[in-house]
Ligand binder design. Structure first.
Ligand code: GDP
Ligand code: MG
Length: 699
């Protein structure tokens, strides 16, 4: 049996899903986190599958999520709808619920966020509400795991008995009469199309083109329906959509005033915090300060201290294993595979786990508290100058974690144009897999300012994204970024469980990659750098197969000061997963976790290290991200354009960085400033030209 989880964005569906099934899906306190449907088995009921669907506000085809959810309900015919409601936003939630009831599918309503209701001093009169809606209700608090057991029992009972909503006629008035008139005309057609006739009639009254097509209506039928709608519009003096919305809200108002007592404590905290955090002048400095704090914790003292401890620990472990293998007299090749290959390669990546975990922890807390949604709101007018809507900031910030979910999250953006542009920009947000590369190189070449160097790389990425955004915008100015409508969720104290879950998922994902992709690449690289063309074991990797291959591409990187054959080889291995760049360098140079520093110091000069870092920042993301981008673009053409562009841009950026670093003197500083001013000119000009503030709405 199938349980379909349906509700508004941010109502807690994914939290309910995780509690009911014991899975570990991403929860976030801003709309649009769940973009595709997820399935899992109901806890204790192996014959029940729970499906988590994207959040929607109505069953009208306004957004692709709404179409996905609607088609799921019609085509997959779930056995029960579990409608999750944010009870603190009951009016808006019921707007969807009464449309779901019309589908005449067995249904249970979960009244979520009861903890917040209590805090606000609000109260729900359950029997009254149940009487009005005619659907079983279960009060829960998903993030505290309250009422989940009752919810599971009730859902199973309703599914097994097939108990349909007690009544479909909730509303009244002229709009309601029109629906009935349409219903009598189309009842048969709806049934053959497998639709609830009531639902079909409502959608026809909305002039829903998808339903008109589904019912295969004849011209004279369409005409008759059109007459009914016109009559209704005439009587009510509004258009059909407003008439139906009024009809629904009329019923909702009655229901809510009869069954809910609203406390006075509602959202006082949110209002106060919003006054500060979305303040006209204070908002952006606060955002920058918070991001600085995030990066300081991850890449500053706390992160590097933890990382050093781990490096020491692994160094010790490696030397123990090394000497144990030496005394056991194991075959040299195997010994080399274990120590120079696996331990060096995987170890060099693992030591950066603390930085990544801290970065994720901080971002999850910001996300779960509801702050990120404010960032989207505050940044909207700035993002608009880049020609994309403020909503794009959410995927872009997710890009600091991993490009793959970030690229998938662009699905929630309102227009195709916004999605395409945002996908182009996401790879410029340094993903966490690049942290080990930045960390390893920066700690060798800028030992006293490693954290600062990493932050500068992040900033450079953002700067390049802005430049790219501006230049792309100029080309496609004909169509503007679509207006931004997003709900600002209330601030919540980050839930320990969901932050912990997010964090654990990232850590385990990182570990899984370290021991699968990275391990495999490591072993392959070890092989290629330990044997020569005649498959003889070599004692210096300079004679190896890989050296021979690397030398072929090396000329391309010569102008960047990267003449060592190992560097192009490492960059290519980074295509599988970015962390592999550093593990490959370690393996090829025969370094252990502890001697990695001196080895890198010998491989680069400071200017060429800068060029290398810049190249890594900009060049093509890993296979997983490219695949995700290809899925979202829906074609290979854009994907290839993206790849080619990034390879070219990376080379150019690295070349410029190398030249600047090479000439680092008073005159070059002056030259740099002049270049920056020239590059910033379009931003300034654009700012002046933009006299009209873009329209911004928050619902
Ligand atoms: P979805 O968009 O409907 O999937 O919603 P999520 O499951 O991602 O949850 C949105 C936010 O609400 C997250 O920050 C959750 O931690 C929070 N949340 C979920 N259930 C509850 C609850 O019962 N009480 C409170 N206070 N917060 C909740
Ligand atoms: Mg969700």
């Amino acid at each position: 049996m199938i349980v379909a989880l349906i509700g508004n964005q941010n109502s807690g569906k994914t939290t309910v899903f995780n509690q009911m099934t014991g899975s570990n899906q991403k929860v976030g306190n801003f709309p649009g986190v769940t973009v595709s449907k997820k399935e899992a088995t109901l806890r204790g009921h192996a014959d029940f599958t729970v499906v988590d669907l994207p959040g929607i506000y109505s069953l009208s085809p306004y957004s692709s999520e709404e179409v996905v959810t609607r088609d799921f309900l019609i085509d997959e015919k779930p056995d029960v709808i579990l409608n999750v409601i944010d009870t603190t936003q009951i009016e808006r939630s019921l707007y969807l619920s009464i449309q779901l009831i019309e589908m005449n599918i067995p249904m249970v309503i979960a009244l979520n966020m009861m903890d917040e209701m209590r805090q606000h001093g609000s109260h729900v009169h359950l029997e009254k509400l149940c009487e009005y809606l005619g659907v079983p209700l279960v009060p829960i608090s998903a993030s505290r795991n309250e009422g989940i057991r009752e919810l599971i029992d009730e859902t199973v009972r309703v599914a097994k008995t097939g108990q349909k909503p007690a009544k479909l006629d909730l509303c009244s008035g002229p709009a309601h009469r029109a629906i009935h008139a349409i219903m009598s005309l189309t009842e048969e057609g709806a049934e053959t199309a497998g639709l609830s006739s009531r639902y079909a009639a409502t959608k026809l009254a909305e002039r829903d083109p998808l339903i008109q097509k589904r019912l295969n209506l004849k011209d004279n039928e369409l005409e008759a329906i059109e007459q009914i709608i016109a009559l209704m519009e005439d009587e009510l003096q509004t258009d059909n959509l407003a008439a139906l919305a009024n009809m629904r809200y009329c019923f909702i108002d009655k229901t809510v005033s009869a069954s809910i007592h609203k406390g006075s404590g509602e959202d006082l905290l949110t209002q106060r915090l919003d006054r500060l955090l979305t303040h006209r002048f204070a908002a952006i400095p606060i955002f920058i300060l918070l991001m600085a704090l995030v990066f300081w914790v991850a890449f500053g003292l706390p992160g590097t201290w933890l990382s050093d401890q781990l490096t020491d620990g692994m160094g010790w472990l490696t030397s123990q294993i090394d000497s144990a293998l030496a005394t056991s007299g194991l075959n040299t090749v195997l010994h080399s595979l274990i120590v120079d290959g696996i331990l060096a390669g995987v170890g060099s990546v693992l030591s950066f786990l603390p930085l990544i975990a801290l970065l994720y922890l901080m971002l999850s807390i910001l996300e779960d508290s509801g702050y990120m949604a404010r960032v989207a709101f505050v940044m909207d007018s700035w993002m608009r100058r880049l020609g994309i809507s403020g909503a794009a900031i959410v995927p872009l910030i997710m890009g600091f974690g991993c490009s793959v979910p970030a690229i998938m999250a662009t699905r929630t953006l309102p227009s195709k144009r916004d999605r395409r542009l945002t996908i182009f920009l996401i790879p410029f947000m340094s993903c966490s897999a690049k942290v080990p590369i930045y960390g390893a190189i920066a700690s060798v070449f800028f030992p006293n300012h490693a954290g600062l160097a990493m932050v500068l790389l992040y900033l450079l990425g953002i700067y390049l994204a802005i430049l790219l955004g501006l230049s792309l915008r100029q080309r496609s100015d004909s169509s503007q970024a679509s207006p931004f409508i997003m709900e600002l969720p209330p601030y919540r104290f980050p839930s320990f469980i969901s932050v912990g879950r997010n964090l654990w998922e990232k850590i385990s994902d990182f570990l899984r990659r370290a021991f699968t992709v990275i391990l495999a690449v490591t072993v392959i690289i070890w092989f290629l750098s330990s044997f020569d063309r005649h498959l003889d074991f070599v004692y210096s990797s300079d004679d190896s197969l890989l050296a021979w291959l690397g030398a072929v591409i090396a000329p391309v990187f010569k102008p960047l000061g990267l003449s060592d054959w190992r560097i192009p080889a490492a960059l290519i291995s980074g295509f599988t997963a970015k962390e592999a760049v550093i593990s490959t360098l370690a393996v090829m140079s025969g370094a252990t976790v502890e001697t990695l520093g001196p080895t890198l110091a010998a491989m680069f000069t400071t200017p060429s290290a800068v060029a290398f870092l810049v190249y890594v920042l900009v060049y093509t993301p890993c296979v997983a991200a490219v695949t995700a981008a290809r899925n979202e673009f829906g074609n290979w053409r854009d994907t290839w354009i993206m790849i080619a562009f990034q390879l070219l841009a990376a080379w150019l950026a690295a070349f410029i960085a190398y030249r600047i670093a090479l000439l680092w003197s008073i005159s070059s500083i002056v030259a740099t400033i002049i270049i920056i001013v020239i590059l910033l000119l379009p931003v300034v000009l654009n700012y002046r030209a933009k006299h009209r503030e873009s329209r911004k709405r928050a619902v």
